[in-house]
Design a protein around this ligand. Structure first.
Ligand code: ADQ
Length: 744
């Protein structure tokens, strides 16, 4: 619109200026012509009056003079007329302009003296009149008086006004015509071809190849379009070559790597697109309050840790809530940004939520309702109707945004977690051809526990619109199958591990999530520097170091961990001054009271225990409450002789796997809660019951005193498992399964 205005406005301006100039000229000429006519008329009348006036002067007949001025006024349709004597004194004047008498007439004496006539516009009352004065002479040529004819000139202005009105009306018609013609021309030569090109691109993007009609544009635009067609063709051919080569390579490679996953995605998905949805975004732009500098951070989230390497390998679009305070500054007009920022590998589409929506959907229903419902940690779930309504609304908001993105060709949608139980149903309602998988990152409880949820039917129905639902471990799959069997009208096929409901079959499978094996890219020099820095900063030289890395969440058993360390030092005082526990803790969901209180409880407990034991420079606990980058966490893992994961309940727990994969030198022991999904795979860890503080304290001593060889053996076995079952295998298995269920 701005561009059209920039184009049209100068044209309109020039046309108006030319028209105005032309109008002024025409009006002037017309005015001159009318005044000339008036003058001629006045001269004729004056001359015809002159003879009678001469007789009046000779007869000195004042009465006749008075009659004469009235007769001429009527006859000639004048405003009035006046007869002056030779001294300029009024002898007779038309009655209706009697106040003309009082008008100052400095020119009169000159006229009488020079004997020349004068016609001019004069001001009379509030308007102007045309006055024509003709001196009257006797036979000797001496001036004996003068006549003055006064005409009303208002009709001249009426004519000029009408002329201006006509000019203005023509100007308006002309301007409107110019605007219409310009718009039509620009639509024809610019908008329509661009629209055709955009449509062509949309078909190309959405995979509707059959709708790609060849262009018949000529000229420069035609050349541009022809170039675009060539690029698109080249892209299609290149893609096909990549898919074929990818299929060949997958057969050959043994271990799952980023490259193998990329090949698998190319081979299995082909031209079809992959979309991932999660609540938490993988990259968040934030503005530092103090420095006002914006930076991009990776949130502390297991889901992000797992899916980001997958998306880096596969490309595609990740749709998530834009929760960073500077997020809006970094997206394009469609709320998209290429990530990772330093080397874009996939697209992140941000969805904006209001405070109310975030409060009800995220903090309320998802994290005060479903989170405690699924984690059996004796925290009471809260189900508020208003939260549920907001949860539905936000699921619909995500659904609308995803539907906008989904191409017409078959696509795959990979939904993450408990925030989106209704999303599969909403998508399938509009696009039954999309193949959908949902991965549930947290535990699934038994049917009795789940049945307290007032919205159980809606949640299960929404989830069962999926083609595939994944859990970390078979135990959670079994819980889900049983829940659907008991709480819904459905048929559970225990052979195929599927649930059939309303003609739709959903497969339920365990896919143990994992981490990226980054141990090969560890840089010993810079890591050693970092480790030394940490050792110095916290006075750790010669100490036995244990580490905990968690979001601050009551399910992670941080309080129990501190209590166990307290008991350990109490029970085994020989470790005083020798043992240091470092807790890296990322504040999380702090708007929820339970989480807010927990932060306070941990602060207080750490302080209390440090006060209880500290001696000289030593204190048993270092509590670092902040969000770290993965690069910052790594040296802590490398440094630690032991990693403590004491979750009261956890879907998998990636910290355990991150610790194991970091320990390339096979040092270190993993203390792992038996209530984590990871405990089922990492059987070489020292397994603990975090509720049993006494056993937990003993396990710490046991881990410290384990012979180095034994530690090495266990670590080697665990590393082999994590290396083999890495996150690329996890994603590869899900994508293979998902594509085998392809709907269209
Ligand atoms: P989470 O509950 O977030 O994940 P987890 O699997 O332990 O738990 O992952 C946490 C991630 O955050 C790890 O990558 C860790 O390094 C990182 N992290 C922890 N503390 C941090 C800090 N202070 N600063 C920065 N990063 C930090 C959910 C489920 C889990 C499941 C995952 C993946 O609850 O059971 O394993 O999803 O499916």
């Amino acid at each position: 619109m701005k561009r059209i205005l920039l184009f049209i406005l100068p044209i309109l301006f020039i046309v108006t200026a030319v028209f105005a100039g032309f109008g002024i000229m025409q009006a002037r000429l017309e005015e001159e012509r009318l005044m000339d006519d008036l003058k001629k008329k006045a001269m004729a009348v004056s001359e015809s009056m002159e003879l009678s006036v001469r007789h009046i002067f000779l007869d000195n007949d004042l009465k006749v003079a008075n009659r004469l001025v009235e007769i001429f006024q009527k006859k000639e349709k004048l405003q009035g007329c006046v007869i002056y004597d030779k001294d300029g004194k009024i002898l007779a004047i038309t009655e209706r302009i009697s106040d003309w008498r009082d008008k100052d007439k400095p020119y009169l004496n000159d006229i009488l003296a020079s004997r020349s006539s004068r016609g001019a516009l004069e001001k009379f009352r509030e308007y102007s009149v045309y006055s024509y004065i003709l001196p009257v002479t006797d036979d000797n040529g001496d001036v004996i008086g003068a006549t003055e004819i006064i005409y009303d000139t208002s009709y001249v202005f009426t004519i000029l006004t009408q002329l201006w009105k006509r000019i203005s009306a023509s100007l308006i018609v002309l301007l409107v015509l110019i605007v219409i013609i310009t718009l039509l021309i620009q639509r024809q030569i610019f908008i329509l071809p661009v629209r055709r090109l955009t449509q062509w691109f949309t078909h190309f993007q959405t995979g509707e190849i059959d709708k790609l009609r060849p262009f018949e544009e000529k000229g420069e635009f035609g050349k541009l379009i022809s170039e675009v067609e060539q690029v698109a063709l080249g892209l299609r051919v290149a893609r096909n070559i990549v898919y074929n080569k990818a299929s060949e390579r997958i057969q050959k490679e043994e271990l799952w790597t980023e490259a193998k996953l990329r090949d698998l995605v190319h081979a299995k998905l082909g031209e079809n697109s992959l979309f991932v949805v999660s609540n938490r975004e993988p990259y968040m732009h934030i503005i530092e309050e103090i420095t006002a500098v914006s930076r991009c951070v990776r949130p502390a989230s297991g889901v992000v840790t797992a899916i980001d390497p997958v998306m880096r390998a596969c490309g595609g679009t990740w749709i998530a809530h834009g929760s960073g305070n500077a997020d809006r500054k970094f997206v394009n007009s469609r709320n998209k940004v290429g990530v990772p920022p330093e080397n874009n590998k996939y697209i992140l589409k941000r969805i904006w939520l209001s405070k109310n929506e975030e409060e009800g959907y995220y903090y309320g229903f998802a994290n005060e309702g479903l989170w405690p419902l699924c984690h059996i940690t004796h925290a009471r779930p809260v189900f508020r109707e208003s939260d549920w309504q907001m949860y539905k609304k936000v699921n619909q908001k995500f659904a609308d945004s995803i539907l906008e993105e989904l191409p017409k060709k078959p696509s795959f949608l990979f939904i993450q977690d408990y925030h989106f139980t209704l999303l599969p149903g909403m998508i399938k309602e509009k696009r039954p051809d999309v193949t959908i998988a949902l991965f549930w990152h947290i535990p699934w409880p038994n049917p009795e526990s789940f049945s307290i949820c007032p919205y159980q039917v809606e949640i299960l129905s929404g989830m069962l619109a999926c083609d595939l639902i994944g859990f970390h471990v078979q135990y959670h799959c079994n819980n889900f199958l049983e829940t659907a069997n008991r709480l819904l009208e459905s048929r559970v096929d225990t052979e195929k591990f599927s649930i059939v409901r309303g003609g739709n079959e959903t497969f339920i499978k365990a896919f143990p999530i994992s981490v990226d094996d980054y141990s090969d890219v560890i840089d010993p020099k810079s890591d050693n520097d970092e480790i030394e820095k940490i050792r110095k900063e916290f006075n750790l030289e010669g100490k036995i170091i244990a580490i905990g890395v968690d979001r601050i969440d009551y399910t992670k058993g941080i309080i129990e961990r501190i209590q166990a360390i307290d008991r350990f030092l109490e029970k085994y005082p020989e470790y005083k001054n020798k043992f240091v526990f470092i807790q890296l803790a990322a504040p999380s969901r702090t708007h929820i009271k339970r989480y807010h209180d927990l932060m306070g409880e941990i602060d207080e407990l750490v302080e209390k225990k440090n006060w209880k034991y500290s001696a000289g420079e030593w204190k048993p606990m270092v509590y670092l409450k902040k969000q770290f980058s993965p690069e910052e966490i790594k040296p802590y893992y490398l440094l630690a002789d032991m990693c403590i994961v004491s979750s009261l309940h956890d879907g998998m727990n990636l910290v355990a796997k991150e610790y194991v994969i970091s320990k390339k030198d096979l040092s270190g022991v993993l203390l792992l809660s038996r209530f984590t999904g990871a405990a089922r795979e990492l059987t070489d860890s020292v397994q603990i019951n975090p509720y049993s503080i006494e056993d937990f304290a003993d396990a710490i001593k046991f881990a410290i005193e384990m012979p180095a060889e034994e530690k090495k053996r266990h670590m080697e076995k665990m590393r082999a498992i994590v290396k083999k079952n890495n996150v690329y295998r996890w994603a590869g298995n899900i994508i293979t399964e998902l594509t085998s269920l392809k709907k269209a």
